[in-house]
Design a protein around this ligand. Structure first.
Ligand SMILES: Cc1cc2nc3c(=O)[nH]c(=O)nc-3n(C[C@H](O)[C@H](O)[C@H](O)COP(=O)(O)OP(=O)(O)OC[C@H]3O[C@@H](n4cnc5c(N)ncnc54)[C@H](O)[C@@H]3O)c2cc1C
Length: 530
């Protein structure tokens, strides 16, 4: 049997980006023509290119590639819809391993997290309402897989006043909305912010970012469009490192060739062909509840991805903390061990929460595997809460030089360089060059533009911490839990066997059931009052 491979190399990925029509990208107040070779953006592209390069490497293929559930062809795992617990385990491990190599965000998970969410929700919507969104989705997925595409997920709206619903906002475009439904498609208007990787992906996948009430129906919209589509404006904010000029290549940390771009996307009355629409409450109000379900499901898959990348991020910080402790000559000291163990313990717990949520995952009616919601959120929440503590420990053990190190070029200045290098000596068993590399590296990962971005991403990515609390507590069987206290305090005589995962496996599907019941109750109330 011939197995068809649909895998691009890193350079083919770069070439595929060059073949796009000119994008409307704005950077530093100007429109730029070519993001692929742009000196500030090109380093960000290297991170995503790694997901293509390692898929070609036999040492990584078990994690990076899999068989398409649609065609049986070998595809990159970043194009895959998870079909089993094993798939979820492997996605998490892949994310962890890749994030070690880019010391941060691998940037290709948002697209596939959105696609997994769409696979579940379009199917559910079709089953409930007889729509044809799953068919649209499957056709799009085939195209995505066969061309080994990268996608961004545009979920976060600019949102306006946080306490007002989309339809209550003074600016009606504060959330992305459908302004017109036509025979051949829809016209959308609005803006999404903080969207990772958009200048160097092929597709933008737009999904809602919150629950919607019936009045919000114009805002219940999901679709995919190419990044070079008419009317899409990308306001780009790259995070990148200062690039030294006159420094030997072997003195430059690997991190210097990497970067990360965030984008403020404006959809300026954009036409979306009907075959690329996955939800439209503007055309049919009954679809509106699926917006919240989709928002939640994307956040859910993304938080599960975080249990891989955040564990990796903690390990990156922990490895740097351990190395700098050695170079500073303090590695045997007890407070140092305590601090490093705190970082590593967090990494292990976050990863374990993701693994355990895969173990307790369930299959949605579409066939997509959905991680356990409580465990995913518990892991993601722990990661977000610890992120600043981990950076604090790294800064503590490094000392102030990570924020005050002269630029690398200065160490290669003929006059002062050798003298400066002499003063980099610390632990006598470590060369001054390696001490310099270590401090420059920690400056990159712990005290730079990108480090700042990763701290905020660690806290807010996939939803602010409060959102994880809401997701967890919304589904936690608290009344059943209280029975333990009632039994112990003599309020209840018997205690039924209680094991949260045994009798209460949860996925965001439970949310939709709750929503359905609330809608039915509302309709009944309205009928009664007529
Ligand atoms: C580096 C980075 C990358 C990102 N990448 C992506 C991406 O690729 N795609 C994407 O869609 N998003 C992305 N995000 C966005 C991320 O998901 C959001 O930042 C997050 O969901 C929080 O939303 P917000 O930024 O609007 O903050 P807000 O929601 O405004 O939160 C600010 C504060 O207000 C509180 N708050 C908000 N609403 C209420 C309310 N109704 N009642 C009480 N308190 C409230 C929150 O709890 C929080 O404390 C990224 C973010 C970062 C930092």
């Amino acid at each position: 049997m011939v197995i068809k491979m649909t895998l691009m190399t890193g350079n083919e990925y770069r070439e595929s980006l060059r073949k796009r029509k000119p994008l409307k990208i704005y950077l530093l107040g100007e429109q730029i023509k070519n993001p692929v070779d742009h000196p500030i953006i090109k380093s960000s592209i290297n991170s995503v290119a790694l997901t293509y390069e390692l898929a070609q490497d036999p040492k990584y293929q078990d994690l990076m590639t899999t068989k398409s559930s649609l065609t049986g062809n070998t595809i990159n795992r970043f194009c895959h819809i998870h079909q089993s617990k094993e798939d979820l385990f492997k996605k998490q491990r892949m994310t962890r391993v890749l994030c070690h190599r880019v010391s941060g965000c691998i940037q290709r998970c948002m697209g596939i997290d959105a696609l997994n969410a769409l696979s579940v929700i379009t199917y559910e919507c079709d089953q409930a309402l007889g729509t044809k969104y799953y068919e649209n989705f499957i056709n799009f997925l085939k195209y995505f897989q066969e061309n080994d595409l990268a996608g961004s997920c545009a979920s976060t709206d600019v949102k306006g006043d946080r306490l007002k619903r989309p339809s209550e906002q003074e600016n009606p475009d504060a959330y992305l909305r459908v302004v017109e439904t036509r025979e051949d498609g829809i016209i959308v208007r609005g803006a999404k912010c903080c969207i990772t990787n958009t200048p160097y992906v092929h597709e933008i996948i737009a999904v809602p970012c919150r629950m919607m009430m019936p009045e919000d129906h114009d805002y219940a919209v999901a679709f995919a469009i190419p990044a070079d589509w008419e009317g899409v404006k990308l306001l780009v904010r790259p995070a990148y490192y200062h690039q030294p000029k006159n420094v030997p290549e072997n003195m430059k940390p690997a991190a210097l060739s990497l970067g990360d771009c965030e984008t403020f996307i404006i959809f300026d009355d954009v036409f979306v062909p009907k075959e690329r629409v996955f939800l439209n409450g503007h055309a049919d109000n009954k679809q509106t509840p699926f917006a919240g379900f989709l928002a939640l499901m994307f956040a859910h898959y993304h938080r599960h991805s975080y249990t891989g990348c955040k564990a990796a991020m903690s390990e990156v910080l922990g490895s740097a903390a351990a190395l700098v402790a050695e170079y500073n000559g303090i590695e045997g000291v007890s407070h140092v061990k305590d601090k490093i163990s705190h970082i590593l313990g967090t990494a292990e717990l976050v990863f374990a929460a993701g693994e355990s949520s895969a173990l307790h995952s369930e299959r949605a009616p579409s066939g997509t595997q959905v991680p356990d919601e409580i465990l995913t959120n518990a892991g993601r929440k722990l990661a977000g809460e610890q992120i600043y503590e981990e950076y604090k420990i790294l800064a503590d053990l490094s000392g102030g030089l990570i924020a005050a190190l002269p630029f690398l070029d200065t160490f290669y200045n003929k006059e002062v360089g050798p003298l400066a290098m002499k003063y980099m000596q610390r632990n006598p068993r470590v060369t001054p060059e390696n001490v310099l590399k270590c401090f420059k590296g920690i400056e990159c990962i712990g005290c730079s533009d990108i480090a700042g971005l990763l701290q905020v991403a660690g806290l807010h990515g996939g939803g602010s911490p409060q959102m994880e609390t809401i997701a967890m507590m919304g589904r936690y069987p608290l009344e059943k839990l209280k029975d333990i206290a009632k039994y112990l305090f003599g309020i209840k005589k018997n205690l039924k066997r209680y094991e949260r995962q045994e009798d209460f496996i949860v996925t965001p599907r439970a949310m939709l059931e709750k929503f359905r019941k609330a809608l039915i109750a509302k309709q009944k109330r309205e009928q009664k009052s007529k």
